[in-house]
Design a protein around this ligand. Structure first.
Ligand code: HGA
Length: 609
């Protein structure tokens, strides 16, 4: 979602701002803009569409300045258009914002009465006018911004610039990500470190409630009330070229094919060991897990589906009760807390607003045994959990998550094995075999990826459809959910997923010759049950596309198309069965000509509620 870049340096920073915005493009956005302090005052440029459009405007105008703020917007309040693009201005100051100001209506009404004129439909514009109003009481931009912030409800990362302060940028954070970048040539702020690798790796992460004043050779951080605070400086280890597309046509395609490497990297620490070390999740893992009686997994979207698979594993293998909740529901519901619950949060970016808020909610209820599985080591989520496991999938740029999902699954399987071991449910020979199965995953996934030509052929037929139904059973039901989500996200085909046994309780009414039914059909204990469900579909004229395992000996018949995965992979089969569904969604989207990596209306890093 929105990306922020701010800079104040000893040289023209326009190229730093634009390169920063380009690095944040993957988050998803609909318009872009920047403001600079120039010798002739504040200069603002905004463009609907890509950063490239903004760049064209910037070069045509010859804009230059040594202090500036820039933004990519993913609209929450007000349609995507130039008038609503950030920065928003009031008098000689400009503001960019990521998040939602929940009390914007009341503030807008008050500010209008005070004579401020609104030129956009956004919630953000109130912040610009509030700071301007506070500047009537104090000449200090930092103090005025903090005073404005005390009136805000909601979530924000903010950057503020004023024409009469050519050497200063003010930033603040509450709920939305923001960090500082320090260098000898100037100081910077951005939504994530990748935007600043071009100028520095020296990073200071702001905490919620922090505000900061940046000049070209200094910075200071305070709380909203002005109390100074010190935050540690860290060095970012992000790789600058991991976000290059290379020979691939789309990031999603690259990321699907990177899964063997992503899994190998994530599981690298297993080495050749025959037994698993709980310390993989943090030095004090045994201490934290010791009295845990149940697991609560909280996540959104694809991560939620990974949690659903893990529930089957945790209960079947480790014998520990597990519930899985959508974060945006859990955070607002009256639930029954139990301090012996391990709260597991899953997020690719570690900045998912709902997941972060759900974690805070659980902690406020007294649940302090917390663990996250996350792909971004330098994210808010990682800093806020007692235990953590970093998936080493590398940057995931495509909005539709793929390699983050499979590496989350591998990590959740490790967690399952650790629980099973601590609870005396993992015989040494079984443990060694399970670790070997994990180590073999990259090879097994590579073999599934070789099915791409057959899946491409199927995709031609799918591309004409308006609806699709995905079926699975047991731990493959969440894989059906994930397959349907992938298809929806990038091909815009309406897709639903059901546990196959539920068909007769309603969705069977939808089945006819125009509704393709996709079945996730591994050769496990539920296969015969699933086959009966598939017969129910065939009997109603439904056309079946079945992803089966080679050893189940299923074959094509009239109205039944079967694609065989190379091997049945036991408990870990879910990791293999999701791959063809990712490929199917990708190829259907290609045929339909959609914007695969940046599907309409969606953003990558979901930093608003
Ligand atoms: N609410 C603001 C900013 C939206 C945002 O943070 N998106 O990620 C707007 O709609 O402009």
């Amino acid at each position: 979602m929105c990306g922020i870049v701010a800079a104040v340096a000893d040289r023209n920073i326009v190229s730093v701002l634009l390169e920063g915005l380009r690095r944040l493009e993957y988050r998803g956005y609909d318009s872009a803009g920047l403001a600079l302090v120039t010798p002739n005052g504040l200069q603002r440029l905004r463009a609907v569409g890509r950063v490239a459009e903004l760049e064209a405007q910037v070069s045509a105008s010859g804009a230059a300045g040594s202090a500036g703020i820039a933004h990519t917007r993913w609209a929450t309040h007000g349609v995507p258009c130039e008038r609503n693009a950030h920065p928003h201005v009031s008098g000689g100051l400009a503001v960019v914002h990521n998040g939602i100001i929940e009390n914007h209506e009341a503030l807008r009404a008050r500010l209008k009465q005070e004579g401020y004129e609104f030129t956009s439909d956004t919630d953000t514009e109130v912040v610009a006018h509030l700071v301007a109003a506070e500047l009537k009481k104090t000449p200090d931009l930092f103090a005025a911004t903090r005073a404005a912030i005390t009136q805000l409800q909601g979530a924000y990362a903010l950057a503020v610039l004023r024409e009469t302060d050519p050497d200063r940028v003010i930033v603040a954070r509450e709920g939305s990500p923001l960090l500082l970048g320090l260098s000898d040539q100037g100081n910077y702020a951005a939504s994530d470190a990748s935007a600043l690798l071009q100028v520095t790796r020296r990073i200071v992460y702001l905490e919620n409630g922090d505000c900061a004043e940046l000049t070209r050779d200094s910075y200071r951080i305070t709380r909203v009330d002005g109390t100074p605070v010190v935050r540690d400086e860290t060095e970012s280890h992000l790789s600058a070229d991991a976000v290059e597309l290379g020979p691939y046509r789309h990031y999603m395609q690259k990321e699907i094919f990177e899964q063997p490497v992503a899994l190998a990297n994530t599981l690298e620490m297993l080495g050749t060991a025959r037994s698993i070390q709980p310390g993989l999740f943090g030095a004090n893992t045994e201490e934290v897990l010791k009295d845990v009686r149940q697991v609560l997994i909280v996540a959104c979207g694809t991560s939620f589906h990974a949690g659903l698979v893990a529930r089957y594993w945790l209960e079947a293998i480790a014998g520990i009760p597990c519930s899985v909740e959508v974060a945006s529901e859990y955070r607002y519901r009256d639930s029954v807390p139990d301090s012996n619950t391990l709260v597991v949060t899953l997020s690719q970016s570690g900045e998912t607003a709902d997941t972060l808020a759900a974690l805070q909610h659980a902690k406020a209820l007294g649940m302090t045994k917390t663990l996250c599985i996350c792909n971004v080591p330098e994210s808010s989520l990682v800093r806020e959990n007692a235990l953590r496991f970093i998936t080493r999938a590398g940057p995931e740029i495509g909005v539709a998550s793929t390699k983050a999902f499979t590496t989350q699954l591998a990590s959740l399987y490790l967690l399952t094995l650790i629980f099973a071991k601590l609870r005396g449910r993992l015989a040494p020979e079984v443990e060694a075999a399970e670790l070997q199965a994990l180590r073999h995953l990259p090879v097994a996934v590579s073999k599934v990826l070789e099915l791409e030509p057959q899946i491409r052929a199927w995709s031609e037929r799918f591309a004409m459809k308006q609806d699709a139904l995905f079926l699975g059973r047991g731990r493959h039901y969440p894989i059906a959910l994930e397959g349907a989500l992938k298809l929806k996200e990038i091909s815009y085909i309406h897709a639903e997923a059901y546990p196959a046994g539920e068909l007769k309780h309603g969705p069977l009414a939808l089945v006819d010759k125009d509704m393709p039914v996709i079945a996730v059909a591994p050769n496990d204990a539920l296969l015969e049950k699933l086959k009966s469900n598939l017969q129910e579909v065939r009997a109603r004229g439904g056309e079946l596309y079945v992803f089966a395992d080679a050893d189940s000996e299923m074959t094509d018949s009239e109205g039944v198309h079967v694609l065989l995965l190379p091997e049945h992979y036991g408990q870990l089969s879910a990791l293999l069965h999701v791959i063809p569904l990712q490929l199917l969604a990708y190829h259907v989207a290609l045929v339909r000509g959609t914007d695969v990596d940046k599907p309409r209306n969606l953003a990558k890093s979901v930093t608003v509620e």
